[in-house]
Ligand binder design. Structure first.
Ligand code: FE2
Length: 324
């Protein structure tokens, strides 16, 4: 390629799934069931695939290993050419490999973040699945001066985990914001929905959506914020509605799991959030009612401030933004 030619960006279509390794797989599986995932395929005593109730064949792969570790998120790419390009140009990229034991199959390239070395995966050719037919409420809402629900009909809910629909986003703490931002925007169709800067006007946090032109996408699929050390921050999964989410909150609380932060309403992305610790200290989020945008919406810039994270809900716990 001539030196002055700008390489084509790898086209991401959607976020697909995440990999987590756990030191105690049975304990992890119990949490994941209580969180609302559906076990899809138990490959062995050391590997289990979980799906949501949407059309994606799986959203989380849980494996057994000597220590608990986040093993990266995956994005679906538009074509096999994207995989070929990824294998050629991305840092520490693998060759194209087959997702042999995964539901829905497909091909994958794994590369590594150029700043902190965590794995990222690109997939193509996965077969979609039928949505699971699970009972979900679709009742209209009564307002003081606008009554929408039928008369003589009652709201009755089942106590249960909040069923996961899909993976919505994930985020990490990076040790070099500028380098990471340059890399992800140079090589992929990530588009900043929000950039957050410090008092010196230096960008420190970004929330990316996918640039899919006129197509409507979630406000963010990937975010990172600068800090002293790398760590995965959280993975976030969409559930059905507010009642479903709070029933899931109660379910996890009654099972004895540790809440991290929530229920509350974010500002950037507007989701109603609920963050939980799994038994290994990973943060997992349920969200509902996030913002949808397309490429016509400009990037918004703002200065970090205590009110920029949420508009209602409990105060931000210190451990949500750890210093170490
Ligand atoms: Fe989130």
């Amino acid at each position: 390629m001539p030196a002055n030619e700008i390489p084509r960006k790898i086209q991401l279509v959607r976020i697909a799934h995440v990999y987590y390794q756990y030191s105690d797989l049975e304990k992890a599986v119990a949490f994941l069931n209580d969180f609302g995932f559906t076990e899809e395929k138990r490959v062995s005593a050391d590997k289990v695939y979980f799906r949501g109730y949407g059309t994606e064949p799986w959203v989380l792969c849980a494996t057994r290993g000597d220590k608990a570790e986040f093993k990266g998120a995956s994005f679906v790419v538009e074509s096999e050419e994207d995989l070929q390009l990824a294998a050629q140009i991305l840092p520490k990229a693998t060759k194209i490999w087959e997702l042999e034991d995964a539901p829905g199959g497909g091909k994958c390239v794994t590369f590594h973040d150029p700043v902190d070395g965590y794995p990222m995966h690109l997939v193509h050719g996965q077969a979609p699945v039928q949505m699971l037919d699970i009972p979900l409420p679709h009742e209209p809402v009564n307002y003081p001066t606008e009554k929408n629900r039928p008369v003589n009909k009652f709201q009755r809910f089942e106590k249960r985990p909040a069923p996961v629909h899909k993976l919505g986003h994930f985020g990490v703490r990076t040790t070099n914001f500028a380098k990471a931002h340059e890399f992800y925007t140079a090589h992929f169709n990530f588009l900043a929905s929000d950039l957050i800067h410090d008092a010196e006007k230096i960008d420190r946090t970004v929330f990316y959506r996918l640039n899919r032109g006129d197509e409507v996408v979630d406000h963010h699929v990937f975010f990172f914020a600068e800090g002293a050390t790398y760590r995965v921050h959280h993975s976030s999964f969409e559930t059905h509605d507010f009642d479903t989410q709070v029933l899931g909150h109660d379910w996890l609380r009654e099972k004895g799991y540790k809440n991290c932060w929530g229920v509350g309403r974010h500002v950037l992305g507007s989701q109603i959030f609920d963050y939980w610790y799994d038994p290994f200290g990973f943060i997992m989020e349920h969200y509902v009612d996030g913002d949808l945008v397309n490429a016509s919406e400009p990037t918004h810039r703002s200065q970090a401030n205590p009110g920029s994270l949420h508009v209602w809900g409990p105060a931000v716990p210190g451990e949500f933004l750890p210093k170490d």
